[in-house]
Design a protein around this ligand. Sequence first.
Ligand code: SF4
Length: 417
Amino acid sequence: MTATAPRYMTRFRCLADACEDTCCAGLVVTVSEARWKRLRDAVAGGPDAARVEAFIRPDEGSGPGAEAAVIAKREDGHCAFLDERKLCSLHRAYGEAVLPDACATFPRVATRWGERLEVAGSLACPEVARLCLLAEDGVEPVPVSEDVAARPEIARRLGGDAWTGHAEAVRAVAMRLLQRREVPFASRLFALGQLALRLDGFYFQGTEAFSDEAEALLADVLRSFDAPEVLAELHAGFSDIALPGGPWAAICATVLKARLGFVRSERFAVLARAVLASYGGAESPDDVWRIHSERRAQLAPGLAERVEQYFRHHAVNHWLRHPFTDAPTLLDYVFRLTLRAAVLRWTLFGHPTVVSLCGVEDSPDARTRLDAAAVECFQLIAKHVEQAPELHSLAQGLAGKGGAETLGRMLVLLKGL
Ligand code: SF4
């Protein structure tokens, strides 16, 4: 046992043809030069050689995810190699070894922090979303075998400079803050924003000459954010801030509408249209905000507690799944996480099942229905919104110039959390 993973990954088994989605639907599947060659060798002279030749074409992209080749998609957005039972025909005929890395490892994401391997899951897989969000102990870290990563040899490596070298210590404090349930989720994110602002001037990607003094200051700031009185003080300060909810509702609606025109997924389109329609009678963002907050107020306390768990687990998993060191600053990372949580909250409370549960008593049946709606919202948003270029450009514009300005703008997003 040399790796760690959240407990839900030890419970994960692919649902294959029983899955309500498929991994490849709506996603770009790239192929490395080595895997492309391996596959061509495997099919050479056989009935699949022509299909491999026709459906795997050189990747013309040049972005960070670009590879040697890319697999063609059918009209419905599914992979060209998916068979009529929604199973991969290449996997069935030639085994796991010929699959591109993205297909063989999904929904697993492996990162090597120094020597230690860490495996997390993508909520873009509905089974991962279910296991991660719904089990009370789902995100507890546990030791696992490196095999859980599927291909541990391709895990990303982190470490080497001051930014990544201190990342585990920073992340540990952030994760503890997220788990502090004595204050509301929005106050915990606000505290994360404050922590990020305190580090903003000297701890960022590309920071040079990270002196002993900076190291001592970093340790000092991290220690202070572990203290219960600091969180209580930040919570009190945050609770005193009054902001209108209309801008929050307008931002969330913009994100969903922007994706509706691009995504080729019937499941996503049905959900997005239903959510927009559920708020749709309202003319102005302020009215949408009023409808949203009335729904929230009507949800039975036991069900609201369950919703709190979904968001806590989503945020913890986000820190595990997406290393914050990919962002230019910690504040940028926290801002984007807050934007994701805002869109999710708005979507969840626009889901027809959740709307029908507002004003209903807590019961096992109500919980089951709420859980199913949450899995659908979190999975489809993870798959079709969270990684979308539109969300990234919107986040960039909303965040402003960084520092105190970004934290100020983050308050608008926290309003609805
Ligand atoms: S989305 Fe998840 S459960 Fe569904 S087929 Fe892919 S890995 Fe399996």
